[in-house]
Design a protein around this ligand. Structure first.
Ligand code: AMP
Ligand code: MG
Length: 356
């Protein structure tokens, strides 16, 4: 999803697990507590240019679960990582304007969802953003603002309506040569959901899945019965400096922001979330958007899409969605919440103001 290791080194981890580990395992169904269950197994992986942190509380099987999860994440890489030359998305991009490419059901369904979201957000989220992402190369080092002609040319190739999907034959074709898909705005959430579904299937009741510090699923509660505490990173400060604390159980949280990957030119910040309408990084007064609720796939798309909208449009869009909430941070350090989040965000940093 992110195409260079340099980016990872420079990557600002947006969200971090602020919680300590519970002292004992909480088990609703039995009063007998097995002390061996208190220890989590943890693993850090690096897949599709994303740092993945997993923490599972469970039993002797937990280490096996981690192995299976690693295999699943490798499969995701083969499906949707466009910088992996063997992936299905790469094959679709290579065949742009020429032929339809047969894909797996998982890739087809994810693309279908991406196109549905593109329609729903009126193109704010557009999975055919590839030509603009390749042109700007944000986070790759040595970036500069591209020539206006090149921006216009790339922009003319970005249009989700030119993604031709054949459900009966499970094929995808990009209508024009030069088009390309980029699932960087949805892939981490998709992968997090696959991991969470697996852990639910094997009845793990307490776990944290953290992809890239931006897509997090909290499964159940901490073994001691407390909610997971997620610290929201201050976008302007070094990692670990917190802006707010959010308590979650069995919930998804996903953040997107204009500070995650960027370069500066003539005092202007050019970041990695691109507006398909202008061909430029968004510039609308929003610094970041955090989505809470829904699947991680939904939350990942929504946080990217809403950063492309402005505060007013994004707030109206999110307010009509059921069971998914949003927190907006504006350039002037004001925090706005959808109605369902009121009273749930514990602001811990005086540089920011919560607008009631
Ligand atoms: P996220 O960090 O989830 O907000 O995703 C950002 C990534 O999504 C970028 O690095 C691009 O790969 C991709 N992207 C950028 N702009 C858009 C957009 N308007 N629609 C869909 N994907 C985008
Ligand atoms: Mg996203």
């Amino acid at each position: 999803m992110i195409s260079s290791k340099v980016k990872i080194l420079g990557m600002v981890i947006l969200l971090f697990i602020a919680a300590g580990i519970g002292l004992f395992y909480w088990n609703n169904s039995s009063s007998k507590v097995d002390p061996s269950l208190n220890q989590p197994v943890t693993q850090t992986l690096f897949k599709f240019d994303t740092v993945i942190n997993l923490k599972i509380y469970g039993d002797d099987e937990s280490a096996n679960h981690l192995k299976k999860i690693e295999q699943m994440l490798d499969d995701v890489d083969q499906q949707i990582n466009m910088s992996n030359k063997d992936s299905e998305i790469h094959a679709i991009n290579e065949a742009a304007g020429k032929k339809a490419v047969k894909v797996s059901q998982g890739t087809f369904d994810l693309m279908k969802l991406s196109v549905d979201y593109a329609e729903d957000t009126q193109g704010a989220f557009d999975p055919s953003i590839g030509p603009l992402v390749s042109l700007w190369k944000i986070g790759n080092g040595g970036e500069h603002v591209p020539d206006a002609n090149l921006i216009n040319q790339a922009k003319s190739l970005v249009n989700y309506k030119d993604i031709i999907m054949d459900e009966a034959n499970l094929t995808i074709k990009l209508a024009k040569e030069g088009m390309s898909l980029d699932l960087g705005g949805i892939g981490k959430g998709y992968a997090a959901d696959l991991v969470a579904n697996y852990l639910h299937d094997v009845q793990v009741e307490s776990a944290i899945i953290d992809l890239g510090g931006s897509s997090i699923i909290a499964i159940g509660r901490k073994p001691n019965g407390e909610q997971w505490r997620i610290g929201l990173q201050d976008p302007d400060r070094a990692r670990g400096e917190q802006l707010a604390l959010i308590q979650l159980d069995n919930e998804t949280i996903d953040s997107s922001g204009v500070y995650e990957r960027f370069f500066m030119e003539n005092g202007v910040r050019y970041h990695h979330i691109l507006d398909p309408k202008t061909g430029f990084p968004t510039k609308n007064g929003l610094k970041s958007v955090t989505i809470i609720g829904g699947t991680a796939t939904d939350a990942d798309v929504l946080s990217t899409a809403v950063v492309v909208m402005d505060l007013e449009e994004g707030m109206a869009y999110m307010n009509q969605k059921q069971n998914v909430e949003a927190m907006f941070i504006t350039e002037d350090n004001r925090i706005y919440l959808t109605s369902g989040l009121k009273g749930k965000i514990n602001l811990t940093n005086e540089r920011y103001t919560l607008v009631e």
